[in-house]
Design a protein around this ligand. Structure first.
Ligand code: HEM
Length: 466
């Protein structure tokens, strides 16, 4: 019977087995996943024959995994025991990404109104205003690293649209608080030293989370006492299910934090890669400036114009195809089952990969090339193109992120030509972040597009034509 077949995969070092393979994998996951697919095919065990950690590549497996959340549930959530009833536990568990089943469906339904098309279009003015501020800080002739610049911009956009704050010091303060909480909750030492003692990361995390918790609660209290406003938190505070259920304060604090974490760095990285890819593809860059000049005449795009700029749309789609900020995702089996003819036990970890799927030559010709024009004649299925994943956990902020990318790029490209600093080292790290930033020289838009000489391992990920 097929399910008795041995899962292919690399051999393991005796005793250390898959742990060594896991370490190798984490050194360069993007290259490792491509190698696995090229060597072993669509279903690969982290260690040959071991069905507890499995990589499943390609649209068929993406469909099996993502369309069946009852069998392939979202990750186990917290890896260590959070002190019961603390702000920390509330913050990290009131998060769509770690919820499953009816609870996830109910919370997602309550959050959906904040992401309706009209709402997202309503965030366009804030996106334009904050992008203008960023672009005004840059001067022709100077060198900037767009990675921290976009990080600051997307943080301000996130905080402005979440909380509706107007003053720049308020934006900065709220952004700092959220960022400090992200830093404090991502320290790997938390797992090794989970003790609430001064000087330890766990203590820092407790303090940061406590401050954020108090801050968001204060904002929620104000929102509850007012008629519904335009920011995300206001919408979330006032939503009601058909049976009258609304989001509790604990849920609002957790969801606010998740929206910030899930949306901020992903959009930053996507914008940084789009900028890099445009700068290194002079013809595409020139065509894009033509398209924007013709349609916008130097103005920021209106919501209607955003959907009628085919090359801008192609640039965003192609960036998310080549350099998807979420390159890999994972699920856990809830029962023993079969996948692609192999038996998996309960609690097996199954990885799916946007990155590997997007590089399959049978789906995308010349998959390593940046060809935004391909999107004029391409309409892949949900499981062939999935920068925002698919199924019940598909990114709730996808349309928000795409609008943000389009607004920022349209305004930036009309105003400036950016060239990559000669000999800059460009590489993608573990999380598809530009590991050493994207240093650029700012020029007014003089249309003197030219590719720069660069170094680093980006050449393994992008094939530059010509
Ligand atoms: C280019 C930018 C973005 C990318 C590539 C991206 C990608 C993703 C992916 C792949 C997932 C699903 C992960 C999984 O379940 O395996 C996801 C989930 C999520 N994203 Fe995004 N995201 C982006 C921007 C945003 C923004 C701007 C927001 C909020 C405003 C956001 C909020 C969320 C939330 C709340 C979830 C969890 C949804 C659920 O589990 O039901 N994301 N995102």
């Amino acid at each position: 019977m097929s399910s008795l077949r041995t899962l292919p995969g690399p051999g393991g070092v005796p005793l250390l087995g898959r742990h060594i393979n896991m370490l190798r994998m984490f050194r360069d996951p993007l290259a490792a996943m491509r190698r696995m697919y090229a060597t072993y095919g669509e279903l690969v065990a982290l260690r040959r024959g071991d069905p507890t950690y499995v990589f499943a590549f390609g649209p068929e497996h993406n469909r099996s995994i993502l369309s069946n959340p009852e069998l392939f549930k979202n990750g186990a959530g917290p890896f260590f025991r959070f002190a019961k009833g603390t702000p920390m536990e509330r913050l990290l568990l009131n998060n769509l990404a770690v919820m499953n089943g009816p609870h996830h469906r109910q919370q997602r339904r309550l959050m959906q109104p904040a992401f309706h098309k009209q709402r997202i279009q309503g965030y366009r003015d804030a996106m334009v205003a904050l992008t203008t501020q960023t672009l005004e800080r840059w001067q022709p002739g100077e060198q900037v690293d767009v990675l921290p610049e976009f990080k600051r911009l997307t943080r301000h956009i996130a905080v402005k649209t979440l909380f509706g704050l107007d003053q720049s010091d308020e934006l900065e303060q709220a952004g700092e608080l959220l960022q400090a909480t992200v830093r404090a909750t991502s320290s790997p030492l938390l797992f090794i030293l989970p003790f609430d003692l001064p000087g330890l990361p766990y203590h820092r995390m407790s303090r940061a989370v406590g401050q954020l918790d108090a801050y968001v609660r204060r904002l929620v209290a104000v929102r509850r006492s007012q008629p519904e406003g335009n920011d995300l938190l206001a919408t979330l505070t006032h939503v009601r299910d058909e049976d009258g259920t609304s989001l509790s304060d604990d849920e609002l604090v957790g969801h606010t934090f998740t929206l910030f974490v899930a949306g901020h760095e992903t959009t930053t990285n996507a914008l940084a890669w789009a900028t890099f890819l445009l700068a290194q593809h002079p013809r595409v860059n020139a065509d894009l400036v033509d398209e924007l000049d013709r349609a916008l005449h130097g103005e920021p795009p209106s919501p209607e114009q955003l959907s009628s700029l085919p090359l801008l749309d192609g640039v965003v789609k192609e960036t998310l195809r080549l350099m998807p900020p979420a390159a890999v995702g994972l699920r856990e089996t809830t029962a023993s089952c079969e996948l692609g003819g192999y038996a998996l036990p309960e609690k097996a970890t199954v990885f799916y990969s946007e990155f590997v799927t997007h590089r399959m030559p049978q789906l995308y010709s010349e998959p390593d090339r940046f060809k935004p024009e391909r999107w004029a004649a391409l309409s892949p299925s949900t499981y062939e193109y999935l920068p925002f994943a698919a199924g019940s956990h598909r990114c709730i902020g996808a349309e928000f992120a795409v609008q943000e990318m389009k607004v920022v790029l349209a305004m930036l490209v009309q105003r400036y030509r950016l060239s990559i600093v000669e000999d800059a080292v460009i590489e993608a790290d573990f999380g598809m972040r530009p590991a050493r930033g994207i240093p650029v020289r700012v020029h007014s838009q003089d249309r003197r597009f030219a590719r720069s000489r660069i170094r680093g391992r980006i050449g393994e990920l992008v094939e530059f034509s010509g």
